[in-house]
Design a protein around this ligand. Structure first.
Ligand code: FPP
Length: 238
């Protein structure tokens, strides 16, 4: 039985280049990117993967041209209006991570509605990172921990980890980044300490089940040592 990741995180990059290749404007690429999200969700449902975390909008993406930010917000709103009920019907639990107060009230209300509607589901945890940054997450967790007025010795990795986004889910086993760049762009910095990375030149709107299968089968062949030696991992004598 090949080793399946329990949690896949995805940096969905390449929408703009996909559009440029077709002589189209960037918003067309983002629309195609939103459709491609379905491919990733279907794949995780089919493979019984427990959690899928998508980097939809970073803390830094607010600095893109206003028309592009507005397109992405409209797409976000449309997805909330059209996809959530079907996802709920299929047993998907939806969660949003990131600085929620950055979003317009209409979007915030729909995020809260989607989370409440799907809170009892367990087929797949679909986590959508919006206005999210790994550094923001760490600072946010520090503030929350400090609000409990801990003594210095109570500030431990475990204590801080409890306040990080997605603390109730296994940490990502596999990060997939499309679009050819090999970096993590301030995604789940804390949570990805031992994540396996897989990069592909495929542009996000071109993602297919086959590309995702390739990522998962590559992951299955990796030896994860978590700081141990290979012999220790295999239970051999040193
Ligand atoms: C990166 O491509 C993509 C984004 C910044 C936005 C991702 C958004 C979607 C896939 C659509 C909405 C998804 C949800 C879950 C609502 P890029 O624009 O940086 O592409 P480029 O590097 O080719 O310019």
């Amino acid at each position: 039985m090949p080793l399946l990741p329990q949690h896949i995180a995805v940096i969905m990059d390449g929408n703009g280049r996909w559009a440029a290749q077709r002589g189209s404007v960037r918003s067309i690429g983002h629309r195609a990117g939103a459709k491609a999200v379905q491919v990733a969700i279907e794949f995780c449902l089919e493979q019984h993967i427990g959690s899928l975390t998508l980097f939809a909008f970073s803390s830094e993406n607010w600095n893109r041209p206003p028309e592009e930010v507005s397109t992405l917000m409209k797409l976000f709103l449309r997805m909330l209006d059209t996809e959530i009920e079907e996802l709920h019907r299929r047993g998907v639990r939806i969660r949003f991570i990131g600085q929620r107060s950055d979003f317009a009230p209409e979007i915030r209300e729909k995020m809260a509605w989607a989370e409440a509607l799907s809170a009892g589901n367990s087929t797949l945890n679909l986590n959508i990172a919006g206005s999210y940054g790994g550094r923001w997450d760490i600072v946010n967790a520090c503030r929350a921990l400090l609000a409990t007025a801990p003594a210095a010795e109570d500030i431990t990795e475990a204590a801080l980890g409890r306040f990080m986004a997605l603390a109730d889910q296994p940490e990502p086993d596999l990060l997939i980044r499309t679009g050819g760049d090999c970096r993590i762009s301030n995604f789940l910095l804390w949570q990805m300490a031992y994540t396996e990375f897989w990069f592909t030149p495929t542009l996000w709107p071109d993602i297919t089940r086959e590309v995702l299968l390739q990522a998962v089968s590559d992951f299955a062949g990796r030896e994860r040592r978590f700081g141990l030696t290979s012999a220790q991992v295999h239970g051999e004598q040193a």
